[in-house]
Write a protein that binds this ligand. Structure first.
Ligand SMILES: [Ca+2]
Length: 572
């Protein structure tokens, strides 16, 4: 009997999950530890089924809702939700930008712990080039993001708004969700229709997300802007902005978006009522970070990271207002606590309703590369103060950024160039950036009086320095090292000449022209490594061995000796 060996090299597409390359920056911060003792894992009693959990996840929304004291608009639906549950006044997100904070939320841990802190990293922008697939970030073995963890524990999962699965690590929607409508942009139409929870088994709890456009409502081609309900002349303009029509328009538009968002929240709550789920569902409403204007989104001032959080539903104290410091990394463990599931050992967050919950002394937020803008800032927020550590003092706050084409940005840069900013505005719109900032949040809510050089606050400065140093050492903040070449090369493919930071200079010459869109391999396939497949047959001519561009695991099950599909010679 002869044995024929065929080597089908490097062409079997859609292979099994590729191992992390040496260039991947996401080596484990620490081995994933087993699930924590079930402090939050209250086993569901037979008489009292597990509640469902629905996240109303707001995009780019600052918490200017009337239940937080806003007078310019009314938000009755969000106010009602707050009255029925617990409202948090000191909720901070772990970053001021989508993918970093959303990655951390799903991990229940700081993005800096797992190397997923650079905005829109782990994206294969180099498809079809020699750099195809480099720099992808794979989570350490055993680190399971929240939706997948819920699924493995029998919870039905869904997400309306899959575009906001905006994570800086490799993942698959099919691992996360039982139901994730591909056609959906933003919610809540399918949630309101009841489509999202319809597929669960009788008695099966769900963990669902509905993504609302929030501060981005009406943006994009063909989108309908929110009704213009707020008088631009009436909006408050913080002292760190010049009082110009373009700034007033941005602020006014955000109010308009919040009114629309409140309506959508009302529709979602009505749908829960209609389907008999209102009494069994805990709703968690929160925002990923603040609205888009400069100094807010992407930055670590209050406008960027101090966000709304409401939790309401069965088992949650009603009508409470809490002022303990809560982080967005607490949302996942809190969700697991509500669902009665164990909390994975990698999670750094806390279940804020657990019996043994201890309020934090401080929360941390991190700013790292956003799009092509390389930056590194850390914030420590305590009960009264905020400490900011700026590591890259060789560049101003107003570096070139993706916001530059906006009308307001053009106007602000004109004013900067003409020297038209006053001293308070120059703090952010000037040429320099101090290494440290310390603000008294009680007495200086706009964070414009830097106390870092004030001898009267030397002790507080030192306390906050130590808190930050301790946190960096404890969590192994991955931002201590610059982003690796693979990550920066992917940024260069995406943004090209916009990448003006010096970190790009030595890599710029390596970039190839990207193939025309029609010639690019699909992203998903391009992200995989080539695989060498050995096919051993007993006395079978090659034409009886099937091989085509399918998943290796599917191919491996083929032992039926079907005729070989025709395929290009190069595919051998
Ligand atoms: Ca966002």
């Amino acid at each position: 009997m002869t044995r024929t060996l065929f080597i089908l090299a490097a062409v079997v597409l859609g292979s099994v999950a590729a191992p992390a390359s040496a260039a991947d920056p996401a080596s484990p911060a620490k081995p994933a530890s087993p699930a924590k003792p079930a402090s939050a894992a209250k086993p569901p009693s037979a008489a009292k089924p597990r509640p469902d959990v629905l996240w109303i996840y707001l995009e780019d929304v600052s918490g200017w809702f009337s239940c937080w004291g806003e007078k310019l608009i009314e938000t009755p639906h969000i106010d009602r939700l707050a009255a029925q549950g617990t409202r948090f006044t000191r909720f901070y997100t772990s970053a001021g930008v989508c993918s970093a904070t959303r990655s951390a939320v799903m991990l229940g841990a700081m993005q800096t712990t797992f190397g997923v802190h650079h905005h829109r990293s782990s994206r294969n922008n180099a498809a079809g080039t020699k750099h195809d697939g480099i720099g992808m970030i794979h989570l350490p073995a055993g680190v399971v993001p929240l939706p997948q963890w819920c699924r493995t524990h029998g919870v039905y999962t869904f997400n309306e708004g899959r575009g906001k699965d905006d994570f800086n690590f490799v993942f698959r929607h099919e691992d996360f969700y039982d139901h994730c409508p591909a056609a959906s942009g933003w919610g809540p139409a399918l949630t309101v229709a009841g489509d999202c929870w319809r597929g669960r088994r009788p008695g099966q709890p769900f963990f669902g997300q509905v993504q609302l456009a929030g501060g981005k409502y009406g943006l994009g081609r063909d989108a309908t802007p929110p009704p213009r309900v707020v008088d631009r002349a009436a909006v408050p303009v913080p002292p760190y902005y010049p009082d110009i029509p373009e700034v007033r328009e941005e602020i006014g538009r955000h109010y308009d978006c919040l009114v629309k968002t409140d309506e959508q929240v009302g529709e979602i709550l009505a749908a829960l009522e209609r389907d008999g789920l209102a009494d069994s569902t805990v709703v968690i409403l929160f925002s990923d970070h603040g609205y888009g204007l400069h100094r807010h989104k992407q930055f670590l001032y209050e406008g960027g990271i101090h966000m709304p959080l409401i939790v309401a539903g069965p088992g949650i104290p009603r009508g409470q207002v809490r002022d303990d410091l809560v982080s967005s990394i607490d949302v996942a463990p809190t969700t697991l606590g509500i669902l009665g599931l164990p909390i994975p050992g990698h999670m750094e967050g806390r279940d804020v309703f657990a019996a043994e919950y201890e309020p934090r002394e401080f929360v941390v937020a991190a700013r790292d590369r956003c799009d092509y803008t390389i930056e590194r800032i850390r914030a420590v927020v305590t009960k009264k103060y905020k400490y900011l550590r700026n590591y890259l003092t060789d560049r101003p706050y107003m570096q070139p950024s993706y916001k530059d084409p906006w009308p307001v940005s053009i106007r602000l840069r004109e004013m900067m160039a003409r020297g038209e900013m006053n001293d308070v505005q120059k703090i952010f719109f000037g040429d320099t950036k101090p290494a440290e900032e310390l603000y008294d949040l009680d007495n200086d809510p706009h964070e414009i009086v830097n106390l870092a050089g004030d001898p009267a606050h030397a002790a507080e400065l030192e306390r906050h320095r130590k808190l930050l140093a301790g946190w960096i050492a404890t969590t192994g903040d991955k931002g201590q090292e610059p982003e690796d070449d693979a990550g920066l090369i992917q940024v260069l493919y995406e943004w090209g000449d916009k990448c003006v930071n010096p970190e790009y200079d030595r890599l710029r010459g390596q970039i190839e022209p990207r193939p025309a869109p029609g010639r690019r391999r699909p992203k998903a396939a391009a992200a995989k490594r080539p695989t060498i497949l050995f096919v051993l047959t007993d006395d079978q001519p090659v034409t009886t061995v099937g091989c085509c561009a399918e998943r290796l695991d599917n191919l491996a099950m083929r032992d039926d000796h079907r005729p070989l599909p025709k395929r290009p010679r190069a595919a051998m």
